[in-house]
Design a protein around this ligand. Sequence first.
Ligand code: PAF
Length: 281
Amino acid sequence: MVIFKKVAYIQQYISAQRVGGRQVGFVPTMGALHDGHISLVGQAKQAADMVVSSIFVNPTQFNDKADFEKYPISVEADVAMLIDAGCDVLLLPSVDEMYPNGTADMPVFDFGYLDTVLEGAKRPGHFKGVGQIVARLLDIVKPDKLFMGQKDYQQCMVVKNLLQQLGSNTDMIICPTQREPDGLAMSSRNRRLTTPQRALAGVIYQCLVSIKTKQTEGNFALVHKECADLMAAKGFEVEYISLADADDLTILDNYNANRPMVALIAAKLGDIRLIDNMLLQ
Ligand code: PAF
């Protein structure tokens, strides 16, 4: 695996490698890699001729300063995992390299409704930062295919919207969430959970399964209450337990068999914020 810290050098390298129509697959990350990321690299390897990944903890997408400061960093282990997974190229830039002129003059993308609900409402400015950095990374790597995890469902929708706004030809491939044996969605933030918190964290998945299973009963308000009560009893601070249209994220009050549906949960255990989702069909 070739590692680049400088944008100009990785750009030269990728364009030289692209000869003969070789397809570039891209897996952007913020590091602290786990098997979820590695599965994205695996899928990129199957679908593209060359896999590029990036590790950059993007400061502009953290609405909570403490979350940024405590974001886990494990570059050496990450590099080893990427090599094992067969990643070909890694971009490991500094903040100055990504934002050489600061962020004031960077383009600001408007994600409309998507930025006003769920994560958009709970994390003001988050998707603005995601839009900025993903646009910058796409401009550097110019991938044929972009691989992102379904765990960040709303982020996937935002990035799809970004690709449209940019008039990009990059195909986005959304890959299934990887889970621990108790169902907990793999996430870099999981490693900040204490042992007792970790033992409880699988409850989010149990609630998603219960929302999915009980759709036949047709009473989301009841299932919502059961899940909210269970999570509160286990010590979660619930931010939302929501049902939405899977295509446009319209919030649904009740199950609607005529619409594609996704259940989404965000909750805190101590100061660790966890999110997860499940498609209902
Ligand atoms: O999902 C992430 O890890 C980040 O939001 C991303 C897409 C790499 C942008 O910083």
